[in-house]
Design a protein around this ligand. Structure first.
Ligand SMILES: Cc1cc2nc3c(=O)[nH]c(=O)nc-3n(C[C@H](O)[C@H](O)[C@H](O)COP(=O)(O)OP(=O)(O)OC[C@H]3O[C@@H](n4cnc5c(N)ncnc54)[C@H](O)[C@@H]3O)c2cc1C
Length: 377
């Protein structure tokens, strides 16, 4: 029996879900994948763009190249979601689903931090990273503040990576001694589930004269004074502000009435929402895992296996284990990683793999394997 499967959002989660469904069901998959963008970009590519290592065109992957049996890709903007009737409206059409998967990621709430849009820069969008690629090369003196405006935020190690790559960049240009680098982070430590990873990053910061202000977030920017106001009322002057905006679910998700505390609550084991036939995966959901592509992908596989089992009457899938490896740029050509396991045992664990040049190859393979898997017929 065929069911209409509608997947909202073609990011890490949506792409992996459609790929598994197509592999398992072929032309019988009857999947419609909808995204407002024409291209996909890996989150980590934003750091490469920001530091001028690659032009933005080189990291964009066109959804035209997602050609898979049983999967139809539509370039439409979702304007309303009715989770009760599983009916989705877009700027072009309406789509009725038997199974609806919401994989719309997290958006940035620039207005939540007064002054951020006018006075600072952010590096979490491709447009922000592109703009910074034109600004960073002329920063040669003063205080660079990497400021996080709220938690949770995507890829918790990314701001630390940004600081270490900035240190590299300023050192290569011979201006490091004229610059200060600080990170303002609402977490207690850089990678909370992994004390070893946090300690390694903190050692690196100390060795490279990077100041970490943990347990603090940036609450506002004062453009006239070039000052960041932190949530405890203290102030930090800056000459270059590299921001991580506060995150929240996209407006269309919030208007659907599915969210609690900004995101869609799901059963962490199955990713099902309280609405029958509706799942939420990746950054848009509260599933007990960090907001990162590897976890969106793992969640996608569980939901795909559930759908296939329902259609084919096969084995029930393994529950979502919240496992994945996050690569971390330590600068100076070295990459470390942390193997995260959030849901399989009684405790969250994060096993650290020390930085090395060898892991550079592994990270490249992480990207190239997904590019090949998702973007070729
Ligand atoms: C600087 C940085 C570095 C990162 N590094 C890593 C890393 O090394 N490893 C890692 O695993 N993760 C990393 N991440 C995090 C990772 O990019 C995200 O966690 C991941 O993309 C989440 O996947 P998702 O499928 O939930 O959402 P997304 O990949 O964000 O996809 C959501 C999709 O929904 C679409 N959409 C949204 N609203 C609408 C609408 N109304 N109509 C139609 N379409 C819509 C968007 O266009 C988008 O394509 C990084 C992120 C950043 C910013």
């Amino acid at each position: 029996m065929s069911e209409l499967i509608v997947v909202l959002g073609a990011g890490f989660g949506g792409l992996e879900l459609c790929t598994v469904l197509s592999e398992a069901l072929g032309e019988d998959a009857h999947v419609t994948l909808i995204d407002k963008s024409e291209t996909f970009v890996f989150g980590f590519s934003k750091l490469d763009v920001m530091f001028g290592k690659t032009p933005p065109e080189a990291v964009r992957m066109s959804y035209r190249d997602v050609v898979k049996p049983g999967v139809r890709v539509l370039h439409e903007t979702i304007t309303a979601i009715d989770p009760e009737s599983r009916l989705v409206s877009t700027d072009a059409s309406t789509h009725a689903a038997d199974v609806l998967v919401i994989a719309l990621g997290a958006d940035y709430d620039m207005d939540a931090t007064p002054g951020l849009a006018e006075a600072g820069n952010e590096f979490y969008s491709i447009a922000g990273a592109e703009e910074l690629a034109g600004i960073i090369p002329s920063f040669a003196r003063g205080h660079a503040v990497i400021g996080i405006c709220g938690a949770p935020f995507k890829c918790p190690p990314a701001p630390s990576e940004c600081a270490l790559l900035l240190d590299d960049e300023l050192t290569v240009r011979g201006v490091r001694d004229a610059c200060e680098i600080s990170i303002v982070m609402p977490l207690d430590r850089p990678v909370p589930p992994s004390p070893e990873t946090s300690a390694a990053l903190e050692r690196e910061f100390a060795a490279r004269n990077i100041t970490l202000l943990s347990g603090r977030r940036v609450a506002a920017l004062d453009q006239a004074l070039s000052v960041a106001v932190l949530d405890d009322g203290s102030e930090l002057g800056y000459d270059l502000f590299l921001g991580v905006p506060k995150h929240r679910a996209p407006d269309v998700v919030i208007s659907s009435g599915m969210t609690e505390d900004g995101y869609i609550p799901v059963d962490p084991a199955t990713l099902s929402t309280r609405f029958p036939g509706v799942y939420a995966i990746g950054d848009v959901a509260t599933a007990g895992v960090p907001k990162a592509g590897v976890f969106a992908e793992g969640a996608a596989r569980v939901v795909a296996q559930t759908i296939v089992a329902q259609l084919r009457g096969g084995e029930s899938p393994e529950r979502h284990l919240g496992r994945g490896t996050c690569y971390i740029e330590f600068g100076q050509g070295r990459i470390g990683s942390v193997d995260i396991d959030f849901l399989s045992g009684p405790r969250k664990t994060g096993t650290f793999n020390a930085p090395s040049t060898a892991q550079m190859v592994e990270k490249e393979r992480f990207g190239s394997s997904r590019r090949a898997r998702w973007f070729s017929a």
